[in-house]
Design a protein. Sequence first.
Length: 173
Amino acid sequence: MTPRKGTPETLAREIAARMQNEWKEGIKRNELRKKIAAEYGLNAEQVRRYLRILHLTPELLQMVNDGKLTLHAGTELSFLPEENQKIVYRCLKDTACSVSVREAANLKKKFCDKPLQRLEVEKLVADSEGIEVWIPYGRTDMDSVEELAEKSFYEKVYRILHNWEEARKVNIS
């Protein structure tokens, strides 16, 4: 097993080069994915995800490298056309929000083949159904999970609006 080192992009490019070289030798793609996965201590689906992030725009790929976007979410966003990926990046950069795997999958499903508007990204990121709620260990000051989910939703909406207003002030001056 080869130890994983470097950024997700580095590993993805290394895997892609191996795939290309060995695929030319006549090994079937699925068998090759399994073989490489075993060598890297991954599974075939993880290998597919690493290969898929190479279809991201440089900005989103850098977010994956920096840990600001998960490999899985990056994989989902990689199916969007380049212009849509750029809109998602600008929205994430301006609002300092992140995209969950579920939100990225929803964007992929809705906008894989049509133009995306920035407001649609902001709405999706602020959509209460797309918010993942994390309950901190030992947290007892919340009455219920519903209360925590509602608080999380409003905090996310507030953060988006606050960051949008700050970005607007900078652009005006």
